[in-house]
Ligand binder design. Structure first.
Ligand code: HEC
Length: 157
C-alpha cells in the first residue's frame, strides 16, 4: 500500500512537470519550427538560416510599409538576401532538398516581378508573402501565423 502511494505521487509529479514543459514550448512555436536545437554555428542556438530569416522578416515588413505608403518597393539588397537562403546553414540540415531550392527560386522570381511592377505593387507584395508561406508549409510551419501578418489587407493606395 505504501509503495503504491509513493508510485502515484511520483507519477503525479512527472505528469505535472510534463504539462508545464509542454505549455512553455507552445510559446516558442511562433518562431521555431521544432524544438530548439543548439547549433554549432551560434552558441545561443540560432542557425545561420534562422538569423537570415529573421532579417528577411524585418526587411519584408519595411518593404510592406513602403508599398502601403506608395513610397517605394523591393530593393536589390533584399533580393541578394533571398539568394543567400540557398547556401545558409539551417538548424535541421535535412530541409535542404530540391523542393527547398525550388521554393526559394519561386520566391526570388516573385521578388523580381514586384521590383519590375509599377502598377499593382500591393497584389505583387501579397504574392511574395504567399511564396514565403509555400516553403514554410512544407518545411517550417511554426512561423506561418507571424508571416501571414505581413500581408497588406487594407492598402491606402
Ligand atoms: C525555401 C524555404 C523558405 C522560404 C522561401 C522562406 N523560409 Fe522562412 N524559414 C525556412 C526554414 C527552413 C526556417 C527554419 C530556419 C532554421 O531554424 O534553421 C525558416 C525560419 C523562418 C522564421 C523564424 C526564424 C527564427 O526566429 O528562428 C521566420 C520569421 C521566417 N522564416 C520568415 C520568412 C519570410 C518572411 C519569408 C519570405 C520573405 C520566408 N521565411 C521564406 C524556410 C523558408
Amino acid at each position: 500500500m505504501k509503495i503504491n502511494y509513493l508510485t502515484i505521487l511520483i507519477l503525479g509529479c512527472c505528469l505535472a512537470s510534463l504539462f508545464y514543459a509542454c505549455s512553455e514550448n507552445e510559446e516558442q512555436i511562433v518562431s521555431d519550427c521544432k524544438e530548439p536545437v543548439i547549433s554549432d554555428i551560434n552558441p545561443n542556438g540560432d542557425s545561420e538560416l534562422a538569423l537570415l530569416m529573421r532579417q528577411l522578416y524585418l526587411d519584408a515588413d519595411s518593404i510592406k510599409q513602403l508599398v502601403v505608403n506608395g513610397e517605394g518597393t523591393i530593393s536589390n539588397e533584399f533580393i541578394a538576401e533571398l539568394e543567400q537562403v540557398h547556401s545558409a546553414i539551417p538548424t535541421d540540415k535535412t530541409v535542404k532538398t530540391p523542393e527547398f531550392k525550388a521554393f526559394n527560386e519561386l520566391l526570388i522570381n516573385q521578388a523580381k516581378a514586384l521590383q519590375e511592377n509599377t502598377e499593382n505593387k500591393v497584389n505583387n507584395f501579397n504574392q511574395l508573402v504567399n511564396r514565403c508561406l509555400d516553403c514554410h508549409k512544407s518545411f517550417c510551419p511554426g512561423p506561418m501565423v507571424k508571416i501571414k501578418k505581413l500581408r497588406i489587407i487594407n492598402p491606402i493606395h
